[in-house]
Design a binder for this molecule. Sequence first.
Ligand code: ATP
Ligand code: MG
Length: 202
Amino acid sequence: MTGAASPAVEARGLVKRYGEITAVRGIDFAVRHGECFGFLGPNGAGKTSTMKAIYGLANVDGGELRVLGLDARTHRREIKSRIGVVPQEQNLDGELTVRENLVMQAVYHGIRADGRIDELLTSALLEKRAEARPQELSGGMKRRLLIARALVNEPELVVLDEPTTGLDPQARRAVWGQLDRMKARDHGQRRDRDRGLARRAP
Ligand SMILES: Nc1ncnc2c1ncn2[C@@H]1O[C@H](COP(=O)(O)OP(=O)(O)OP(=O)(O)O)[C@@H](O)[C@H]1O
Ligand SMILES: [Mg+2]
C-alpha cells in the first residue's frame, strides 16, 4: 500500500550496525507526506546511517523501515526510483559538465528529461554554468547542483544529508530558497490532486 494514508517514512526499532559498532540503536519515527522532517544529533549520532538505510545505501540490520509504504529491505530498487538523494559527501562526476551530471541522472533513472533539466538548472541558478565542470563551481553552487540532481526523477520524497553545511549565509539562503520552492510546488500538486479526488468522490 503506497497511498497517502501510510507515512512517507516509518521506522520501528530501526537498527544499523557496522561490525562491532551499532550506529543506530533501535529508533522509531514517522515522517508524514508533505512534511519537512530533520534529524538532529552530534557527530556520529547515526543521522547519515539512518538516511542511508532510507535511500538504500545501507542494509537494515534490525527493526522495520518502510519508505513510501514499501519495505526498505526488499524494495530498494523501487524506492530508489521514487526518491531523490543529496548525500553528505558530494559525489558529482568531475569528468562531466554540470548539465551532463543531470543528464546522467536521467539516464540512470531511464527517463527523458530534456526540458526538465533546463528548468532544474534555472531553479538552481546554474543556467549560466551549465557547461562548467563541478570542480569549477563554488561550494554553494555544488550543493545547489546536488539538489537539482536529486530532483531529476520528480521524486516523491527527497532525503538531504546536511545540505547547507559549510555554506556562507548567502549560499545557505539560496539552498533554502530552492527547497522552499520545491515544497510549495509539492503542496500545490497535493492540493490540486486532493481537489481532483474530491470532485470525483460521489
Ligand atoms: N561505513 C562505515 N563503516 C564503519 N563505521 C561506520 C561507517 N559509517 C558510519 N560508521 C560509524 O557509525 C556511527 C554513526 O555514523 P554516522 O555517519 O551515521 O553519524 P552522523 O550522525 O551522520 O554524524 P555526522 O554529524 O558527523 O555526519 C559512527 O560511529 C561512525 O563511525
Ligand atoms: Mg552525517
